[in-house]
Design a protein. Structure first.
Length: 348
């Protein structure tokens, strides 16, 4: 990490994107020290089971959904960094099946290091995504920091009867993933200056695509659980669903959509440190087929910045879910497995 600006935002931070997340095992230990007590019945979702957002019911038909997400640069272009961070933050609203209402900006910048116009480009990128989501940035907070940080507090609204938690999966449900894996690996390749121009453009396209179909999916009774895949990787977020639903997730490796260039890089041992930390935190709950290699494990644990939706739905609703996703431009969406009786995650 440097203390002067050389035109590369990523050089000013020790991590980037959702790879900055505290490892799941450490986070669990931290939260144990401050258990939540005397929770009101109106709090429909809190920190239990690592839900994507907090949900507080205000009347029979409305509940407020609140979340926050921020991180250090995953790319060097300040405008794209702002876009990615904003898309990632708003995703948690869509992952609850909610409609976003407005956002607050969270900005931490090394003021003595970064030119003012660079910081302005970061915030402009965030504003452009909020405009695409149909919301405004209504305020926020900024501080002078050692490393550049940007993100949002996002506020949404949902009918409590349409709320989708990550713990509602049922045995026999199909598991559908809307975006391909490998964003974390592409970001690692970018830091090493090994990412192709086409790979970079694919990374930008994926990480700035809003998970808007979450709103439509929430209207389907056959959609039982929703979440998005972010810093804990596909394996980590599937385990959250499995634990909360008291089921086992069974996944077919060959069905998982994966970015082609990410496979090339991970086979060359290019991946993030967060992938290793993720496996250390929950690997004991994962059973991998004997023919799967280490590079495949590193893809399963790859932190996804602004990743796709992970959907648990009744098999008879599968075609409609995929139709909604495809209509929304999620052309890589596909069924990757199902939930069954048991515990943990099995990948064959």
């Amino acid at each position: 990490m440097t203390t002067t600006y050389n035109g590369r935002l990523t050089s000013l931070s020790h991590g980037g994107g959702c790879g900055c997340k505290i490892a799941p095992g450490i986070l669990s230990d931290i939260l144990k020290a401050s258990p939540m007590r005397n929770l009101p019945a109106a709090l429909l979702a809190g920190s239990d089971n690592n839900e994507d957002a907090a949900v507080y019911q205000i009347n029979e038909h409305q509940a407020i959904v609140a979340t926050t997400d921020f991180f250090m640069p995953i790319v060097d272009d300040p405008f794209e960094f702002g876009r990615i961070a904003a898309t990632n933050a708003i995703s948690d609203i869509y992952a609850m099946g909610a409609q976003p209402l407005f956002a607050l900006a969270l900005l931490g910048m090394p003021i003595a290091v970064l030119p003012l116009e660079v910081i302005q480009q970061v915030t402009a990128g965030g504003e452009s995504v909020c405009n695409d989501a149909g919301i405004m940035i209504a305020g926020g907070h900024s501080i002078d920091t050692v490393e550049p940080i940007y993100g949002l507090v996002a506020i949404g609204i949902v009918d409590p009867k349409k709320l989708k938690l990550n713990s509602g999966a049922r045995a026999g449900d199909s598991i559908i993933l809307s975006k391909p894996l490998g964003v974390g690996i592409l970001s690692a390749a970018l830091k090493k200056e090994l990412l192709s121009e086409s790979g970079y453009q694919e990374m930008i396209a994926l990480t700035t695509k809003l998970n808007k179909p979450g709103v439509a999916l929430a209207q389907l009774e056959g959609v039982h659980a929703l979440t998005d895949v972010t810093g804990f990787g596909l394996a980590g977020h599937l385990l959250e669903m499995a634990r909360g639903s008291k089921l086992m997730a069974q996944v077919n490796w060959d069905a998982i959509p994966i970015i082609d260039e990410a496979i090339q890089h991970v086979k060359a041992d290019i991946y993030t440190g967060a992938s290793t930390r993720n496996w250390a935190g929950y690997g004991s709950e994962v059973t991998l087929a004997s023919n799967l290699a280490l590079w495949q494990q590193n893809l399963l644990t790859d932190p996804q910045t602004s990743g796709g939706l992970l959907i648990s739905c009744a098999p008879e609703q599968e075609a409609e879910v995929l139709s909604i996703l495809n209509a929304g431009g999620f052309v890589s969406a596909q069924k990757i497995g199902h939930f069954a009786a048991g515990t943990g995650l099995s990948v064959v």
